[in-house]
Design a protein. Sequence first.
Length: 67
Amino acid sequence: MTNRWFPLLPGSSRSYAGVKEDEPSKEVFVVERTTKTIEGAPCVVVSDRLYLSGHLAERTTDYYSQD
């Protein structure tokens, strides 16, 4: 992806800490080294994990593309 404001470099990761519903939270965002084509558009695969009070609360796989 070539968006300089939201670079999705394969293998890169970001971590965010905060509070959600009065519990300490941490979100870990990892850009995978794989891509997926969805309806003809190449997408970057991103693994997203949300931890509340140190326990995994949500796990998603997200797909990002640009027009």
